[in-house]
Design a protein around this ligand. Structure first.
Ligand code: SF4
Length: 164
C-alpha cells in the first residue's frame, strides 16, 4: 500500500475556498500521485462548519497557528467575526481524518490561516505576509504529521520515494 498524502482539497480543484473557488495545482507529480491513489483531499475550514463562500479570515496580530492553539491569538474574519473555534475544530478533524486514512504526510497550500506552513498573512488584511503556520498545519505538526507546502513538491517527492 503506497503511503497516502492528505492534500488541501482546494489544491485538487474542489470549490471550497473562501471565495467559492478551488486552486488546482497542475504538476506532473500531482498527476502521478493521483494515479497511484495516494491523494486524500480535505478542507479543514469546511469541516469546522464554516460556509462556502465565507469572509476571508486571518490570524490576528502577526501571530500564527501555534499562538492560536496556545490561546494567545484569535482567527478573525475580515468583517470582524471570531472564527477561532471553527478553525481549531476543523484542524482537529483534519488530523483525525489523516490518521484514519493512514497519511503520515500532508501537502497543504501556503498562505492560508488554516493550511499555510511557510507563510501566512499578518491579520491586517493588507496582503502582508510573515513566516508561520496556519492552525491546521500547526496541529498536524504537533501530531507528528510532516507538512509540505505546495511550493515543496520536489521535497515531498523525495520523502515519498524514500518511504516507498
Ligand atoms: Fe483550501 Fe485549506 Fe482553505 Fe480549505 S482550509 S480552502 S483546504 S486552504
Amino acid at each position: 500500500m503506497p503511503p497516502k498524502i492528505l492534500i488541501s482539497a482546494c489544491l485538487l480543484g474542489r470549490p471550497v475556498r473562501y471565495d467559492g473557488k478551488g486552486k488546482p495545482l497542475h504538476d506532473p507529480l500531482i498527476e502521478r500521485w493521483k494515479a497511484e491513489g495516494r491523494l486524500v483531499g480535505y478542507c479543514p475550514e469546511q469541516a469546522g462548519g464554516l460556509p462556502t463562500p465565507r469572509p476571508p479570515a486571518e490570524i490576528e496580530g502577526g501571530m500564527d497557528g501555534d499562538d492560536v492553539l496556545a490561546g494567545r491569538a484569535r482567527v478573525m474574519g475580515i468583517t470582524g467575526g471570531d472564527v477561532t473555534e471553527a478553525f481549531v475544530e476543523g484542524g482537529k478533524k483534519a488530523v483525525a481524518f489523516a490518521r484514519e486514512q493512514g497519511c503520515a504526510v500532508a501537502l497543504l497550500i501556503d498562505g492560508s490561516p488554516s493550511c499555510g506552513s511557510g507563510f501566512i498573512y499578518d491579520g491586517s488584511f493588507s496582503g502582508t505576509r510573515h513566516p508561520g503556520f496556519g492552525v491546521t498545519a500547526a496541529l498536524m505538526r504537533q501530531a507528528g504529521i510532516t507538512v509540505f507546502s505546495d511550493r515543496e513538491l520536489d521535497r515531498l517527492a523525495e520523502y515519498i520515494d524514500r518511504s516507498s
